[in-house]
Design a protein around this ligand. Structure first.
Ligand code: HEC
Length: 126
């Protein structure tokens, strides 16, 4: 008897979980494509592998400018940033504004939804 009261709530909770889980998975998929077209030319996702830019393996949670053997700009080395959702969002929106003097020649991803998708993908690189 009592259960019937809770049923609609649990159905909604399940639906919500499916919806948000699906949205997150879509973001990762979209982010992977964006990464390939916008970032992959300069960044590898293989640990320690340098291209023009440093490897972005496990970049989320990492201190900026600390990839061993990569020659960062002094601006990046001194930035004192830790890469998390908000710092990545600001950097990817406008790299030279967030880190003046960065040598990343990338104009930025102007669309928030695209930055969100790329960051969702970066989080999976562990
Ligand atoms: C034209 C080449 C180029 C492109 C395109 C590019 N980057 Fe970079 N990226 C660099 C370089 C070079 C650096 C090193 C910057 C410095 O030392 O100032 C860098 C640094 C970074 C860092 C800091 C890494 C660290 O170890 O602190 C992140 C994060 C980053 N890029 C993410 C991205 C993402 C995500 C994209 C695509 C949306 C992208 N970059 C596109 C060249 C590029």
């Amino acid at each position: 008897m009592g259960m019937s009261v809770f049923k609609p709530v649990s159905i909604m909770a399940v639906a919500l979980a499916i919806m948000t889980g699906g949205a997150a998975a879509d973001d990762v998929k979209k982010g992977k494509k964006l990464f390939k077209s916008k970032c992959g030319i300069c960044h590898s996702i293989v640990k320690g592998k340098r291209k023009l830019g440093p490897s972005l393996f496990s970049v989320v949670g990492k201190k900026a400018g600390t990839e061993p053997k990569y020659r960062y700009s002094s601006a990046m080395k001194k930035s004192n940033l830790t890469w998390n959702e908000s710092s990545l969002d600001e950097y990817l929106a406008n790299p030279r504004k967030k880190v003046p003097g960065t040598k990343m020649s990338f104009p930025g991803l102007k669309k928030e939804s695209k930055r969100k998708a790329v960051i969702a993908y970066l989080k999976t690189l562990k």
